[in-house]
Design a protein around this ligand. Structure first.
Ligand SMILES: [Mg+2]
Length: 303
C-alpha cells in the first residue's frame, strides 16, 4: 500500500493505533514548537557519497524558517571538519560546530562529568582522538595510568590495542563507548562496527561500558547543550528506529522517521511507539511541514 504524507498527519496511517497522535494537531503543535532539527546523516542526508533527494530543498526551507540544524551521527571515524568537507562536496554548507559525532558527544559528556585533563586510553580513529585532545584529555602512556578507556570505531584495530584497553579497565579505568552500532556501512557492505569492538572488550574485561552515542541520552544531551534548547523544541530526524528514534523519544524530543535508510516506513509504523511523524523521504518531510500551511502560525508565535 502506497504511503503518503496525507496519511501521516490525518491519523490514517497503516499501523496507527487509532489515537489522534499523528493528526494535524500534532503537526501544528510541532511546527509551533520546533526551533531546531537534529539530522542523522547516513540514510537521511546521504547514502555513501550521494546526497538524497530533497535534502537541499529542506535545508533551504529550514534556513528560511530560522530553524537551527545540527547533524548528529554515531559515526566516530571522522572529525567534524572531515564531515564538513564531505557535506561540502555534496553542496551542503555546514560549520564544524553543527556536527556532533558520538566521539564529540563522548568528549563533551566527559568534559561535563569528569576531571579535566584526565588520562585516556583510546581505541579509535581520528574522530575519537581529535575529540579527546580538543577537550584537553591526555593520552595515557600506560594502561595503568589511564583514568578512562574510550572505545570507538577503529579501522586499525590490532591485538595490542585490545590488550592495553583490557589491562587499563582491569586496573580501574572507566570504560566508555562512543557508540555500540554492531555494524559499519562500508561501500562493500556491513562490516564490524564500534559495537563489535566494544563487545570484544566487554568479553575480555567483564565490564559493561557507559555508552554515549544514540540511543543513549548522552548524544541528545550534547545536542541540546550546544543549542541551549529543551527537548520539546527539537525534532530528531532519523532512518534507524532503534538508535535515532528510541533515544530521542526517551528524552521527549519530537521524532520523525524517514524511509530512506535502515527502517522502512512500514516498520516505523508497526512499532509499539512509532515516531511522531513518518515520511518516505525528504520531499515528503518538507511537504508535511510546508503543506500544513502553518508557517504563519509559527511566525506569530512567542519566539
Ligand atoms: Mg542513519
Amino acid at each position: 500500500m502506497a504511503f503518503t504524507v496525507r496519511d501521516c498527519w490525518t491519523g490514517n496511517m497503516p499501523g496507527a493505533n487509532g489515537t489522534s497522535s499523528h493528526g494535524l494537531d500534532e503537526v501544528r503543535e510541532a511546527t509551533g514548537a520546533i526551533k531546531a532539527v537534529l539530522l542523522d546523516m547516513d540514510g537521511v542526508v546521504y547514502r555513501g557519497e550521494t546526497i538524497l533527494d530533497g535534502v537541499l530543498d529542506f535545508l533551504a526551507w529550514s534556513e528560511g524558517m530560522g530553524i537551527r540544524l545540527l547533524y548528529v551521527t554515531n559515526n566516530a571515524t571522522k572529525t567534524p571538519s572531515m564531515f564538513v568537507d564531505k557535506l561540502a562536496a555534496m553542496g551542503i554548507e555546514a560549520l564544524p560546530d553543527q556536527i556532533i559525532t558520538s566521539a564529540e558527544a563522548t568528549a563533551g559528556w566527559m568534559a561535563r562529568n569528569v576531571q579535566p585533563g584526565s588520562k585516556v586510553q583510546i581505541v579509535g580513529g581520528p574522530g575519537v582522538w581529535n575529540a579527546m585532545i580538543t577537550r584537553g584529555f591526555q593520552p595515557a602512556n600506560s594502561p595503568q595510568a589511564a583514568d578512562f578507556v574510550v572505545v570507538g570505531m577503529d579501522f586499525n584495530l590490532d591485538y595490542r590495542k585490545c590488550a592495553e584497553a583490557t589491562l587499563a579497565i582491569a586496573a580501574g579505568a572507566d570504560f566508555i563507548a562512543t557508540n555500540v552500532d554492531s555494524t559499519f556501512p562500508s561501500e562493500e557492505g556491513n562490516i564490524p562496527g564500534a559495537g563489535a569492538i566494544v563487545s570484544l572488550l566487554k568479553t575480555a574485561s567483564g565490564v559493561e561500558p557507559t555508552v554515549i552515542g544514540k540511543p543513549s541520552p548522552g548524544m541528545f544531551e550534547e545536542a541540546m547543550a550546544r543549542l541551549a534548547l529543551q527537548p520539546h523544541e527539537c525534532l530528531m530526524v532519523g532512518d534507524r528506529y532503534e538508535t535515532d528514534i528510541e533515544g530521542a523519544q526517551k528524552l521527549g524530543i519530537w521524532t520523525l522517521g524517514i524511509g530512506t535508510g535502515v527502517t522502512s516506513v512500514e516498520e516505523f509504523l508497526g512499532k509499539d511507539q512509532p515516531p511522531n511523524f513518518v515520511v518516505q523521504d525528504m520531499e515528503e518531510f518538507l511537504d508535511l511541514f510546508r503543506g500544513s500551511n502553518l508557517l504563519g502560525c509559527r511566525r506569530a508565535g512567542p519566539h
